[in-house]
Design a binder for this molecule. Sequence first.
Ligand SMILES: [Ca+2]
Length: 218
Amino acid sequence: MIEAEIDYDSEINSVAYRDVLLNTILGLAMIIGIVAILITVKNKMEKEASEPPGNMIVHILWPQGDTDVDLWVDGPGEPVPVGYSNKGGLLWNLLRDDLGAQPDATDINYEDAFTRGIVGGDYTVNVMCYRCPQLPQDVKVVVELNTGEPGKTEMKPLVNTTVKLVTDGQERTAIRFKLDESTKDIVPGSKNSVFKPLRSATKSETPHGSSVTPPYEH
Ligand SMILES: [Ca+2]
């Protein structure tokens, strides 16, 4: 009886084909998995980037140039007004102190401050010419409130005004108002700009650029 001749070449080719196919499928699965992870991370980062880091938000913006304007804010329960020498309070945080054209990634001059939570009570927003070689300086002041549920952003505009600073060292009150915690809005008739000094109310009179690290902040 003659045994059937085994086709070893065909067997080897078949095994090699299965290996290649398996590796290809595994490779594709890995690529799909990595792409899915990257898309998830990207969406998470975009979501986090679009959410403001607080509830009440104050932006000040002044013209390009080597001019150092400061934002000062005060609110209910804040023991000491928040500004460049006291960046973190109980209610407010100043995000950064813009020094003008000194070490800066962009030509834009702006400062922002944020509250943690929506707290009813009296608020004050001041601007000050710390170093203004060019005068006058028109400082745009915008106040917004994020009223969205946690994780959602729903911005409500509260104030949009411009303050003219005419002398070096001048501090002016841009806006004062009372916030109603239940309506999440300004109490009608409470807006005014009667001057209330904030910088002089701080315990520290740290001069700009003198004592705080990193060196580009003060
Ligand atoms: Ca400043």
